[in-house]
Design a protein around this ligand. Structure first.
Ligand code: NAP
Ligand code: ZN
Ligand code: ZN
Length: 348
């Protein structure tokens, strides 16, 4: 067993606090990663507070992990001790269903094994995430990380990055498309960067007037306040795509009305309570809504390589682990610029 320091929630209503756990001894196909940075995703808050149901405790969140490999199992072929590595939202899947075979492990028919709040295949042991000093993961669920980019900015790519990259690629966003990004947080700021990198004209839709300049610095061509009725009226029927990253309950119909004929709303935000979808807002202009969940291993690697080539990282605020509960409170107030990342050295 590998003794590991971590931060955990003991229940849905208690703050995160220091916790100790043992990682499994490395198996033949495993790598042991000494974690350097871990991003803080809004999904961490939803799960810690059991907002989606089914949370198990103690819970060690964290699925935006980068670190250095310190040990490899004897059958490991793709990694060496000393390599940088990344781990995202899942650490295993059935490997035999159609989705797994196609590299879409996030849609595994048997259910992917979450990096935390999941159960290991075989042993059924709880999985613990990246707010910790070490992790042991099968090499097939581990990503290669370039040494060209600042590591703290790479960590959020493992969730916020792939979650926005994957659907934009799926719908083939490119030159000539008008894309709106709803919500300028962790996912939203990566969506702006990718949509821009793919050649689209990007509009940021935000509740926060103070984020206007940042939106433009991040690459957005336009910025609109969703609380400003006049501005919203002017944007009716104008977008090909809206990437919806909002984490709280909101009215879809307001944003559906901003889509032009054949326009698509891409839902990635996961509010705990459902939103209504009025049929009229869809049929009026043959609009559609699609959802998208993170991305599979091959596409996550493709996204990391794309970022290394195009110098794309997340804009981060690095925090020590003892500031994690404060960071959650700030995210709930939309006060995040634009991803909190934990410096895991503060846990040692
Ligand atoms: P985040 O950093 O907290 O950002 C959410 C943003 O939503 C806020 O910064 C805010 O931006 C905006 N917002 C807040 N209240 C709003 C309201 N009432 N109306 C409109 N916009 C509002 O969160 P995140 O980490 O990006 O995650 C966003 C959501 O995506 C969460 O629900 C998370 O669980 C989910 N998620 C899904 C996947 C997936 O695979 N589909 C992956 C990761 C996360 P402004 O200040 O600009 O308004
Ligand atoms: Zn996430
Ligand atoms: Zn599967």
């Amino acid at each position: 067993m590998i003794p590991t320091k971590a931060y955990a929630a003991q229940s849905a209503t208690t703050p995160l606090a220091p916790f100790s756990l043992d990682r499994r001894p490395i198996g033949d196909n495993d790598v042991q990663i000494e974690i350097l940075y871990c991003g803080v995703c809004h999904s961490d808050i939803h799960q810690v507070r059991n907002e989606w149901g089914g949370s198990t405790y103690p819970m060690v969140p964290g699925h935006e992990i980068v670190g250095r490999i310190v040990n490899v199992g004897k059958a490991v072929s793709r990694f060496n001790v000393g390599d940088l590595a990344g781990v995202g939202c899942f650490v295993d899947s059935c490997r035999t269903c159609e989705n797994c075979k196609e590299g879409l492990q996030q849609y595994c028919d048997g259910g992917m094994v979450g990096t935390y709040n999941g159960k290991e295949k075989g042993t059924g042991a709880p999985t613990y995430g990246g707010y910790s000093t070490q992790i042991v993961v099968d090499e097939n669920y581990t990503l290669k990380v370039s040494d060209k980019l600042p590591l703290e900015g790479v960590a959020p790519l493992l969730c916020a990055g792939i979650t926005t990259y994957s659907p934009l690629r799926h719908v083939k966003v490119g030159k000539g498309h008008k894309v709106a990004v709803l919500g300028l947080g962790g996912l939203g700021h990566m969506a702006v960067k990718f949509a821009k990198a793919f050649g689209a004209e990007v509009t940021m839709l935000s509740t926060s007037p103070s984020k206007r300049e940042d939106a433009q610095r991040l690459g957005a061509d336009h910025f609109a306040l969703i609380t400003d009725e006049e501005q919203m009226k002017g944007l009716k029927n104008s977008f090909d795509f809206i990437m919806n990253t909002v984490s709280v309950k909101h009215d879809y119909s307001i944003y559906l009305n901003l889509l032009r004929t054949n326009g698509t709303m891409i839902v990635v935000g996961i509010p705990p309570t459902p939103s209504e979808v009025p049929a009229f807002n869809l049929i009026a202009k043959r609009r559609s809504i699609i959802g998208s969940l993170i991305g599979g291993i091959p596409e996550t690697q493709e996204m990391l390589d794309f970022c290394a080539e195009h110098n794309i990282v997340s804009d981060v605020e690095v925090i020590s682990i003892d500031k994690i509960n404060e960071a959650y409170e700030r995210m709930l107030k939309a006060d995040v610029r634009y991803r909190f990342v934990i410096d895991i050295a503060s846990l040692k």
